[in-house]
Design a protein around this ligand. Sequence first.
Ligand SMILES: [Zn+2]
Length: 503
Amino acid sequence: MLRPYKGWIGAAASACKRLAGQAARATQRVAPAEKIKEMRKAQTRKDLKKSRYRVLPVREEMRKNLIRKLKAGEILFADIIGYEQTVIPQLENAILAGHDMIFLGERGQAKSRLIRNLADLLDEEIPIVKGCEVNDNPFAPICKSCCEKVSELGDALEIEWIPRERRYAEKLATPDVTIADLIGEVDPIKVAEGKYLSDEEVIHFGLIPRVNRGIFSINELPDLAEKVQVGLFNIMEESDIQIKGFMVRLKLDVLIVASANPEDYTNRGRIITPLKDRYSSQIRTHYPVSPTIEARIVEQERRRFEENGYSVIMPPFMQEILTQVTFLARQSPEVNQHSGVSVRMSISNTECLLSNAEKRSIRLGESEVVPRITDLASIVSSTAGKLELESFSHDGHEDKLIRHLISEAVKQTFDRHFDVRSLSETVSAFQNGATVVVSDSLPSEEYVHQFADMKELAAQAEAFCPDCSPAMFASVAEFILEGLYLHHRIHKESLGTKSRYKG
Ligand SMILES: [Zn+2]
């Protein structure tokens, strides 16, 4: 027979109310520093009370830790580059205000990283009722089984300390995410068997209750089905939730953070209005404002391996070209700017370019790994997967667009460092029949030989990169020739895997 659920809710609610009163009194006392050690050891509610440990709601706890960092002059989220003046100040305000927040931004703007970093503002450990699935506060439990334990055991109630990692969860919203995933599920058969709704076996808690007193992040919020958005709103606002027709009351204490693409978020109908209103702080992320900042991010994020005796050198102008490709893609009308061009494109292109150069050094037995212009062909594939084109187009269109972006990036970077007019002697040499063969598989020494008679170019290369090694010289020399070619001062012909510059 199905037992009425109303009874237990009322009973649990009044038991919890009494406990909440005790909690309020307990939390008014502040723990002195010398008691910290004792607190750590607290294994029962009695110990915890004695230690004067202060249980804080999650927003208070995050505020406390942020204020401590601000006082100490610490930089919040030091591993996030380029948001120091824009996103971080807004984020600090949102935390101080205790707001649920939504991050709006195109792909690859470190939204997930920002959200995950929020967990660093939680205490390292907090005490919960031992074994509780919803991390109950020992002084004010919300689940019925803990309320009952407290009534039965009083201060002998056992507690355990859980690390901050157990108080953070995230979920990528997709249309098939259900209330059961996020909030929980009631097993009607178990209810019919006579179990109380509150029994742990009857309610299977979802992700949000499991990070009670912590942070829950839902990524790409607009992809969540409307019904689930309503459930999410109810849990945030009313603490009540209907699960399969049963009303369940869960007074959760969770900071809910979301992320979304700005256009999806503002599109009428993608987000239910009350849920939108619930996010008090809306924080707009952005791409790096300059290629220099993008390059710093790449430097921090790119995957590194043991160099095994090779010395890997990324010439700054090559890095500039790579970030410039990304910047140009972000301005191209042929690229879908609504979804954006991730910083990850700069990162994976850097990794690809270095790999191509490394392969050459391994094959040729050179100890230096220095990428050159001919290695740029290797980033066509790593770029392709990261771009979403505006329209369906014929085969090869994407390749053509990427090659165009690369050429344009090389030209713009060249113009920042060289003046074609100062290379007139080199141009004349080509007009008089000189030729140079380049390839991503050519030994560096061959460049030194090929340019032996080109004094002007050698001098410019020397000025640009003093005392440079043969591998570095090969890279700079190719850069100069490609610059001249892109300015239509010399010609270039393809010889299969090699190219020849000529007059
Ligand atoms: Zn509990």
